[in-house]
Design a protein around this ligand. Structure first.
Ligand SMILES: [Zn+2]
Length: 148
C-alpha cells in the first residue's frame, strides 16, 4: 500500500481502528504515515473535547413525520379546506368555458384537453390527499373507522 492511499483511507475513516488491515499495517511500518495518523487522532480528540455531543433528534423527527408535520389540521379550519376544495372543483368545471381555454384549445387543438384535465385532476388528488392526511384522526372518528 502506498503512503498516498493509506492517508486517503485514514482521512476517510472514523478512526485508525476502523481502517482495513493493509492500511493499519502500513501505518505501523511507515514512520511518516504513523506520525500523521497520531496527529490526526489527537486533532480529532481535541475536537471532540471542544464540541458538545450532538443531541439525538431522531425521536422528535420521527414523531413529527408520523404526526401532522405542517400542522394543517390546526392552522386551517374545515370550512376553509372544504371551501378551497369546492373552488378547485368549480374551476375544473368552469375552465372549459373560459375564453383562455378556447384560445389555447384553438392554438393546440384537442391534444390540449387531456394534459389540462390530467393536471387539474392531479391538483385535486394532491389537495384531497393533504386534506385526508392532515385530518386522519378526525375523519376516522367521524366515520367510525377506528379499530374495534
Ligand atoms: Zn506511509
Amino acid at each position: 500500500m502506498t503512503c498516498e492511499k493509506a492517508m486517503e483511507l485514514l482521512v476517510g475513516a472514523r478512526d485508525a481502528r476502523s481502517l482495513p488491515l493493509l492500511a493499519k499495517l502500513h501505518l505501523r511500518r511507515c514512520a511518516s504515515c504513523g506520525r500523521e495518523a497520531r496527529r490526526l487522532d489527537m486533532a480529532m480528540a481535541s475536537l471532540r473535547d471542544l464540541l458538545p455531543p450532538a443531541p439525538d433528534l431522531s425521536e422528535a423527527v420521527m414523531t413529527a413525520i408520523r404526526g401532522d408535520p405542517l400542522h394543517l389540521s390546526e392552522t386551517v379550519s374545515w370550512g376553509k379546506w372544504i371551501g378551497v376544495g369546492f373552488l378547485i372543483m368549480l374551476s375544473i368545471a368552469v375552465a372549459p368555458f373560459g375564453s383562455d381555454f378556447g384560445w389555447l384549445s384553438s392554438l393546440m387543438g384537442d391534444s390540449f384537453r387531456l394534459p389540462f384535465a390530467l393536471t387539474l385532476g392531479l391538483a385535486m388528488t394532491v389537495y384531497c390527499s393533504l386534506f385526508i392526511a392532515s385530518h386522519l384522526d378526525e375523519l376516522t372518528e367521524r366515520f367510525k373507522l377506528g379499530r374495534r
